[in-house]
Every structure is written in C-alpha cells, then in structure tokens.
Write a protein that binds this ligand. Structure first.
Ligand SMILES: C[S@@+](CC[C@H](N)C(=O)[O-])C[C@H]1O[C@@H](n2cnc3c(N)ncnc32)[C@H](O)[C@@H]1O
Length: 242
C-alpha cells in the first residue's frame, strides 16, 4: 500500500480540488439530475462540495480508510467501499463521475471494459458519465519524458516532499510512478510503484461505444486549460441511451 492510501489526512494535505473541475461537474449535474455517483471518491471532498451545492451524491472507493474518513467528515453523506469494476448499488444515478486518474487504475482492456459496463449499469437511461483519464498522446512524440520529479506540499503547517520516479511502458500503454516521501518527524518512506493506463482519445471513445454509451464527447480540459489534446488530461462525456 502507498503512504497516501494509508494516510487519509496526508491525502487531504496533498490533494487540492480544481475549482474549474467542480464547476464543470456541477453544470453537468444541473443538466442530468442531482443523483451523482462519485467512483473513486477518496475522502469525499467532491461529494461534500456537491452536497453543499444542493446535489445528492454517493461516494464509492476501494480504500476503506478513505471511506471511513469521508463518513467522519460528512456524517450525513452516503459512502461505500467498493471496486469500480464490481461494486453494486441499488440506486441508479443521473450522473456518474470517475475523476483524477481513478479510471487509469484499469490497466488492461478487459478491466476497462468491465468498469465501463458497471458504470453503464449504475446509470438511469439517459444518465450521463464523466470520466477523466491520462491522455496517451502526451507521452508520444519527441518531447522528453521526465524520469524524476519533486513536489512539495504545504498546508496547515504540514509539509511533505514527494520525489517521484516515473517509468513508461509504451507497449502496455502504462506509466509507472514510485514515490519516496520525506516528512518532518517521520522516517523516509519508499512506496511501491503504481501503474496507470494511458488511453488515446479514440481508444476511449471505442471502449465507451462497446459498453453501450452514446453521445460521446471528448475534451482536453475542464475549461480554460485546453491543450489541443496534447496535454495529459483526457475527459470523456457519454450518455446511457434512454
Ligand atoms: C488519485 S485518487 C482520485 C480521487 C478523486 N476521484 C479526485 O480526483 O478527487 C484515486 C482514487 O481512486 C481510488 N481507487 C483506486 N482503485 C480503485 C478501484 N479499483 N475502485 C474504486 N476506487 C479505486 C483510490 O483509493 C483513490 O481514492
């Protein structure tokens, strides 16, 4: 397990919710309806913000520690431990969101297909899906790939420095990240490596079509940060046909 997965309070120091992403999701929920399902909800930050905006969100995450924290921070909310490929809820949603690289933990085509089918089954007919993945195009071409990066997080007196070793497997279309953490008062912590699937825009559209989705739209940013599909962000919107 990685340090972030083990330590929900560190996740809340490291993760900053992009305002433009929240506005985008709120606008989608206003069109689709208030029953929002956030798959990979972590500690429930997006669910809490959506509830404050008048929606009725439910959060699902594979990490029981994150779900415990989400329930503590939002006792009126509804949160479930579940795997995106297999969770089963009785309520059909108006809008299902899967954000911030959660979907990229589907490493194989079979896992991608299984997850999209499960998402399809948790939407009402006419319901909308928003998936946010890592764009494979950003890793092709001549631009140099950074092998090492360093990030400092500082919030409410907590400082954490993450040194990340990046790897790339072009055949498998995966990116690997191995994080080493340095925090005041803690021993240096070396996480196991984690892999993320890289998807090309039309590859994602194809998987969505095969899973039964229609009205597929591809975006390269939440608004204002578009990079002509050459950046790392790839967002798909789709509808479960009515
Ligand atoms: C990078 S975080 C993104 C959190 C949140 N969606 C956001 O962007 O604000 C990835 C989340 O996906 C969850 N996750 C990873 N694999 C999962 C799976 N198979 N099913 C459900 N959640 C998963 C992790 O526990 C973590 O909370």
């Amino acid at each position: 397990m990685t340090l972030l997965a083990e330590t929900p309070e560190l996740w809340d120091v490291v993760f900053k919710m992009p305002v433009e992403r929240l506005r985008f999701i709120e606008a989608q929920a206003q069109k689709a309806g208030p029953a929002v399902l956030d798959v990979g909800c972590a500690t429930g930050m997006t669910c809490r913000a959506l509830r404050e905006a008048g929606m009725a969100p439910i959060g699902v995450d594979i990490n029981a520690r994150f779900i415990d924290t989400a329930r503590t921070k939002d006792p009126a909310g509804e949160y479930h431990v579940g795997d995106m490929r297999t969770f089963q809820l009785s309520r059909a949603s108006d809008l299902l969101i899967c954000l911030g690289t959660t979907f990229s933990y589907n490493l194989t085509n079979r896992q991608v297909a299984q997850t999209l089918r499960n998402f399809h089954d948790h939407l009402r007919p006419g319901g909308r899906l928003v998936v946010d993945v890592v764009n494979a195009i950003a890793f092709t071409g001549a631009q140099p790939f950074r092998r090492l990066s360093r990030h400092t997080f500082n919030r409410e007196g907590e400082e954490a420095v993450a040194t990340i070793r990046h790897g790339l497997d072009l055949r498998a279309q995966t990116m690997t990240e191995q994080v080493t953490w340095r925090r005041k008062g803690h021993a240096v912590r070396k996480d196991p490596a984690e892999s993320l699937r890289l998807l090309f825009p039309q590859e994602l559209a194809f998987h969505l079509e095969v899973a039964g989705f229609a009205d597929i739209a591809l975006l390269d940013g939440w608004g204002g940060d578009a990079q002509g599909f050459s950046g790392r962000r790839l967002i798909a919107l789709a509808t479960r046909p009515g």
